[in-house]
Design a protein around this ligand. Sequence first.
Ligand code: 13P
Ligand code: SF4
Length: 302
Amino acid sequence: MDNLAKEIEDLKRERNAVLLAHYYVDDAVQAIADYVGDSYYLAKVALNESKDVICFAGVSFMGESAKILNPDRTVIMPDQLADCPMAHMVDLDKIRKVREEYDDLAVVCYINSTAEIKSYSDVCVTSSNAMKIVKALPQKNIFFIPDENLGRYIGSKIPEKNFIYNDGFCHVHTSITADNVKKAKEAHPDAEILVHPECTMDVVELADYVGSTSGIIDYATASDADKFIICTEMGVLYELKQKNPNKTFYSVGHRQFCPNMKRITLENVRDTLRDMKNQVELDETLRLDAKKALDKMLRIAQ
Ligand code: 13P
Ligand code: SF4
């Protein structure tokens, strides 16, 4: 273990802290985290965490969700500027307007959203549980926010519901084009194409498998194939290679890189634990309102 990793281990003990990391953060951070996973898994870990401090190696909405679910813990973020742009991409007035338009409506909010947006929503979803949750809702009309692409993918699988879409998007996943994917397939014809549903529908349509980061890792690990074209942020390569050292993974271009996730480094994890800075604070009324949507997700998804 190098010095920095050792310092972090010592600080974790001293602070009675746990380190959670998303699959998109740097390999070195994933390597020393106590838990690494997709958004759904990490929300469940945060909910049940008994250590005093949760250090969240991820973007703002992840730390906020941890604090909403487990307010008695101190939640700290290694870099306060690590924020997901899509988490802000819905206008609250638009939610009010759609609510006025439809009686039988559920506002379904991707977990990649601010606490305020969650507080205006009926239920949260992640990419790994959205299908199950939307199917279970009694409402016919589904306003899916903020991500249009995940919404359209889920909508295509549940034709009995009427979906209303919002125009939010992830700039990392939408930079993956169908053309890039087709070229990668031409270069590696026996590779399977694994796609995150934040990609656009023309990319999703080329996929052998569509799922969350954990879903992609599990699929590749279980598959008999030994070559894969990866259509998501390339941070997943760390776990893919750990679990599948003899399989080969190809990217589809040079932009599969989330600059916000990559703000998290061993240095800022160490500094945050040492100084106990960047604590997530939420207004209690807002927290309780946002919690309803997360609680409902956890209830239906289990
Ligand atoms: P999942 O890990 O839940 O698939 O989410 C992807 C993502 O973009 C997180 O920001
Ligand atoms: Fe947000 Fe996209 Fe980065 Fe995920 S990969 S945190 S959705 S910008």
